[in-house]
Ligand binder design. Structure first.
Ligand SMILES: [Zn+2]
Ligand SMILES: [Zn+2]
Length: 261
């Protein structure tokens, strides 16, 4: 059996990640419309009917926009932190109570085990995730303004990292955003820059080979090539660039999936 990991969309226009083996399948975040999410899952050879549930990292609309529709249409359980249920209620709309699941401890779906940890971001209870599948580990850390020791520790030694490389600080500074938004994005509850991403990876990688998706890239304040080069250069400068494969998580369509054995 293998585990497939595939970002279906990434960025402020909508986020969703599919993770599944032959027995169990989950969706992490659902920031696209229900219809678009169904299409993207079908493009990966699966369907909403096969999902065990949807896990929501925080209440920003680029992470939950289509979750209510999907949950109602396919009778899927939604798992998230209590604060996210409170803050995201309006966007999620009415979800039958038996489908409202609190993310209070780890979750297990067959061989897939999921643990969460807090992130510094301007939402009620934003979380990053670590997914274990046998001896394999996948970590998801987007939408954070600060690298904490807990984040480094939780994701350390993963086989696949899905890590935010949101902006290039110079592009953000000279870009079209109003001042308050520039401050928000670069602040401690905003988003990680390309350099921050390199720093986090340099601390989280161990000696074994790893695959990386650079995720949640800003359309206005970043460029895929700039993101990749910045992260690669940073890791090279720290001697942490060997055995590493880096992909950019695509904004509007499914990225190349990775299969873990
Ligand atoms: Zn986001
Ligand atoms: Zn967010």
């Amino acid at each position: 059996m293998s585990l497939t990991v595939c970002p279906l969309a990434s960025g402020s226009s909508g986020n969703a990640i599919y993770i599944g083996d032959t027995q169990n399948k989950i969706l992490i975040d659902c920031g696209l419309s229900g219809k678009k999410t169904e299409e993207l899952l079908r493009s990966r050879g699966t369907s909403c009917a096969e999902l065990d549930g949807v896990i929501l990292t925080h209440e920003h609309s680029d992470h939950i926009r289509g979750a209510g529709v999907l949950a109602r249409r396919w009778k899927l359980p939604l798992f998230t932190r209590p604060g996210t249920w409170g803050a995201g209620g309006q966007i999620l709309d009415s979800i039958p109570s038996k489908q409202q699941k609190l993310l209070l401890s780890g979750l297990t779906f067959g061989k897939i085990e999921i643990d969460y940890f807090p992130l510094s971001h301007d939402a009620m209870e934003p979380v990053g995730l670590v997914i274990r599948w046998g001896k394999r580990q996948i970590s998801l850390v987007t939408d954070l303004g600060e690298i904490t020791p807990e984040v480094e520790e939780k994701i350390h030694g993963s086989d696949i990292f899905i890590v935010e490389a949101n902006h290039d600080p110079d592009m953000l500074a000279s870009g079209p955003y109003p001042y308050f938004l520039k401050k928000r994005v670069s602040g401690p509850q905003g988003h990680l820059s390309n350099d921050d991403c390199g720093l986090l990876l340099s601390r989280a990688l161990n000696e074994k080979p790893a695959r990386v998706y650079l995720a949640h890239l800003s359309e206005e304040n970043n460029d895929p090539q700039v993101a990749r080069l910045t992260v690669e250069n940073f890791l090279r400068s720290r001697g942490r660039d060997s055995g590493l494969e880096i992909e950019i998580a695509k904004r509007y369509c499914a990225s190349l999936p990775i299969k873990l054995l």
